[in-house]
Design a protein around this ligand. Structure first.
Ligand code: ATP
Ligand code: K
Ligand code: MG
Length: 693
């Protein structure tokens, strides 16, 4: 996605900040609403002062009122600035959502997909506006065409330019079957053709959801944000009560002693605003929006703020082996015949069992056999193909009486056992050797006769070991889950440096594993791309679907990685942690901050009533009026000063939680305590220098 400079965002954010002065917008933020009400009240007091009913000098009231308005505006500006990036991205995405004429195949059925080519269909397509395409419609898309909607490739292979959505200029291959069959509306086919079954109704496309997300239209307060808001509101109510009751106290005290002056409403409003947690109240929403924006810059679209927050708290990461830890382009690399079997016989049988197998594994077996046998496969008639499933971990073909199967050793062994046969010992030994190399062995059996092993090679991604090391430092446990056998899994696990692994997993195992971790109170993250992964993705707290994955996976997840990089999860966790830490740090700062303002304002506001309070004037501020004004000005400026931190986030280092907490308490707690003393004193001196006091 395109990056834009922050400077371009400032202008529109200033305008938006003024727009957000509307009461309806202010009501959403209870803490800032109190400041907003205070601004209105002091403005009224100023007008009354001009009209001759002054409770304090008109200039003083005006200055307080003006700075209260600035406080509200600064908070609005922070939020608008955070939202700005999303708005620009949404506008860019909108440009992609053009209406075009889709070529719909009216009577296309699942069965037609097998031998479909565009030639016969071209004459039979009907033009239809892409905006009216519904789930289930089948369209033909050829080189040069823009894909009219989200869907699954039913037949064909094409190079697709997805740069409009992912920003990645290299074209990607999309093909039927397997985990690379999803296409996104608005992307362009560069070569060849595909038949696509549309998977989304109008208005529900991936692009629509992305636009809604980046615009923040559906941004809701997360549970943590809500809890924090409740705490902040609680603090605000307490301070409101304290401040309001100060007025009758002062009236009574003046009446009883017959000396001094009643505290002014302007001073009380200033006191209230300084005491309530305006720093975090003004920046809270910006912090959340900025987190989402940082995700977008990492090319991740989160469908909820809650998911980002959960990402910051994750303690277990489930990854699949194939395609995540390894490149996943598992290719047949050798036919290893059982003793007494010719290699050609094994290759021919394996090919027969793979002719209709659209998985990358199946296709690579056909390719390798074609090479080994020097001739293409004979035509087969009346064959009943048995497709691969992650449950059976096997695929094959039935030709009359003859049944050929290929699959995981345990699966083929079980299939043989049903017919009273078993895998030869020698074959199992061969398979173990293959597995120890980190490859996947597939057993091939023709009826009761085990013919040998097909070796599927896969490669561990370089650099993945280091990334798992980083996760360990963050206190996150990595678990590799795979449908593969124990030996292969153990080899790959050791090579990749994961903390734990689970082999021979079915989709149910993954689901059970996640539920088990969650029952122990852990937050689980996982990545996935296959339809098989959908249930587990739906269960995980942080579920990152690959953009290249199936529609089912993309719908089940709560984040989509446009780069389809499974290791992106590491970055996602960092962004989540950074957001939580930023919120914590600024909350600490905000509350600590109030102490200094208390010492500035209390003696000043009540000096006329209780002159003894002057001993609290530890900062030696010039006059009561300048003390109050200095505190209010500092209170407003600190929001502006912290906007960059709120947007960029507190820097995250992979340290233990306790160390981080201690460090943050020291920096933001102590800093929050001390900074205002210096800041308020500086403002007071500046005011005095300007002749204000
Ligand atoms: N096309 C196929 N035909 C027959 N058997 C297959 C085929 N593809 C995979 N297998 C076998 O089924 C097993 C399970 O495959 P599955 O795709 O569920 O898991 P995986 O890809 O090995 O692991 P992961 O869960 O990490 O992706 C494989 O280990 C392999 O033994
Ligand atoms: K405050
Ligand atoms: Mg798989």
């Amino acid at each position: 996605m395109s990056k834009m400079s922050s400077a371009d965002l400032i202008g529109p954010a200033l305008a938006d900040g003024v727009r957000k002065l509307a009461p309806s917008a202010q009501l959403k933020n209870p803490v800032m609403f109190v400041v907003y009400a205070g601004s209105i009240l002091t403005t009224v007091l100023w007008i009354m002062a001009l009209a001759g009913r002054a409770e304090a000098p008109a200039g003083f009231i005006l200055a307080v009122a003006a700075w209260l308005w600035f406080t509200v505006l600064f908070a609005n500006f922070a939020e608008a600035l955070a939202e700005g990036r999303g708005k620009q991205q949404a506008a860019a995405l909108r440009g992609l959502r053009t209406t075009l004429t889709a070529r719909v195949l009216k009577d296309f059925r699942e069965a037609d997909a097998a031998g479909a080519t565009p030639d016969g269909w071209r004459a039979r397509v009907t033009g239809q506006s892409s905006g009216t395409l519904r789930k289930g419609d089948v369209v033909l898309v050829e080189a040069g065409d823009t894909i009219p909607g989200d869907g699954q490739v039913l037949a064909g292979v094409a190079a697709v330019d997805e740069s409009a959505i992912t920003g990645e200029s290299a074209p990607v291959i999309r093909e039927s079957g397997g985990d690379f069959s999803s296409v996104t509306g608005g992307t362009r086919v560069l070569s060849d053709w595909i038949f696509v079954r549309i998977a989304a109704n109008p208005g529900e496309s991936f692009l629509d959801r992305m636009i809604a997300m980046v615009e923040g239209a559906r941004r809701q307060k997360t549970p943590n944000e809500l809890a924090l808001t409740i705490l902040l509101v609680g603090l605000t109510v307490v301070f409101l009560l304290v401040t309001v009751t100060l007025l009758p106290f002062s009236i009574y005290s003046v009446a009883a002693s017959g000396a001094g002056a009643v505290v002014t409403v302007t001073a009380l409003v200033a006191l209230l605003v300084c005491l309530i947690p305006t720093t975090i109240g003004g920046l809270l929403s910006a912090i959340g929006v900025a987190g989402m924006s940082r995700m977008m810059q990492a090319n991740v679209i989160a469908t909820s703020g809650r998911a980002i927050e959960a990402a910051g708290d994750v303690d277990v990461l489930l990854l699949d082996k194939t395609g995540t830890v390894t490149y996943g382009n598992r290719q047949a690399s050798a036919f290893l015949p059982a003793p007494g079997v010719q290699q050609a016989e094994l290759a021919a049988a394996a090919r027969l069992a793979s002719l209709a197998d659209e998985t990358p594994e199946g296709r690579s077996i056909v390719a390798l056999a074609d090479k080994a046998l020097h001739k293409p496969a004979p035509a087969v008639e009346g064959a009943g193909f048995v497709p691969f499933s992650a449950h059976t971990r096997m695929s094959g073909v039935d030709l009359g009486e003859r049944s050929i199967r290929k699959g995981a050793l345990s699966a083929v062994a079980a299939w043989l056992a049903e017919r009273g046969d078993e895998l030869p010992r020698e074959l199992i030994r061969m398979a173990d050797d293959v597995a120890r190399r980190g490859s996947t062995p597939l057993a091939v059996s023709d009826g009761g006769r085990a013919l040998g092993i097909v070796e599927l090679k896969d490669i561990v991604k370089p650099g993945i070991r280091e990334r798992f090391g980083e996760l360990r430092k963050m206190g996150i446990k990595t678990v590799m889950v795979t449908g593969d056998n124990r030996l292969t899994a153990a080899t790959i696990a050791a090579e990749a440096g994961v903390d734990d692994f689970q082999a021979e997993a079915t989709p149910e195992t993954k689901l059970r594993l996640i539920r088990g971790c969650q029952a122990e109170g852990r937050l689980v993250a996982m990545t996935g791309d296959g339809t098989n992964d959908a249930p587990a993705l739906a269960q995980a707290d942080v579920a990152v679907a690959m953009n290249s994955g199936t529609q089912a996976a993309r719908e089940a997840g709560n984040m989509v990685d446009l780069d389809s990089d499974p290791t992106k999860l590491i970055e996602i966790v960092e962004i989540g942690k950074q957001m939580l830490m930023t919120r914590g740090a600024l909350t600490t700062f905000s509350v600590a901050n109030d102490v200094a303002k208390y010492f500035a304002i209390i003696p000043a506001a009540f000096a006329p009533v209780y002159p003894q309070l002057q001993i609290l004037n530890v900062m030696g501020l010039a006059t009561p009026a300048s003390a109050i004004l200095s505190a209010v000005i500092f209170n407003a400026l600190i929001i502006v000063a912290l906007i960059p931190l709120a947007l960029k986030g507190v820097r995250y280092r992979p340290l233990g939680a306790a160390v981080l907490l201690r460090r943050n308490m020291l920096v933001y707690g102590l800093g929050g305590l001390l900074v205002p003393f210096a800041g308020i004193k500086a403002v007071d001196m500046a005011l005095a220098a300007c002749g204000w006091a």
